[in-house]
Ligand binder design. Structure first.
Ligand code: CU
Length: 138
């Protein structure tokens, strides 16, 4: 039927316009995502940045896709839209997912952060410096 086709065409045009104009203008998808564990060391609400001391990431890839790994360090992540800043606190240990964009902002984006159970040990605890080696029994 002619009117039906007209309506379908009309809707297609509207959908096209909407895809261009109405969609939420989020950042481009990240080039890669990783899951890691770490401790929140600093939260900067003004810049929406969260610093996390993360465990080593042996599978981390560089921009060319070569596995280069990343050692344990504290680094800043921009809070993703899905992460509620109020649910995060300095000192909290979390399992988190982040995205990396090599040529767009935000370069490092925190996509998800889930608190780890109380008392969870992280790999860098042993190298923190306040852990004296156990005394040799005599
Ligand atoms: Cu790092």
């Amino acid at each position: 039927m002619r009117t039906e086709r007209w309506v379908v065409r009309r809707l297609a045009v509207l959908a096209g316009v909407c895809a261009l104009a109405c969609g939420p203008r989020g950042p481009a998808p990240p080039d890669a995502t990783y899951t890691a564990r770490g401790e929140i060391t600093r939260i900067d609400a003004s810049t929406r940045e969260v610093y996390i001391h993360h465990e080593a990431l042996p599978g981390f890839r560089d921009e060319q896709g070569t596995v280069v790994g990343m050692e344990s360090m504290s680094m800043p992540f921009t809070l993703g839209a899905a992460v509620d800043a109020a649910s995060l606190a300095v000192g909290q240990r979390v399992e988190f997912e982040f995205g990396i964009r090599w040529r767009a902002a935000p370069r490092l984006e925190l996509l998800r952060a889930t608190p780890l159970p109380e008392g969870t040990r992280l790999s860098f605890d042993e190298t923190a410096g306040d852990q004296a080696p156990a005394p040799t029994p005599r």
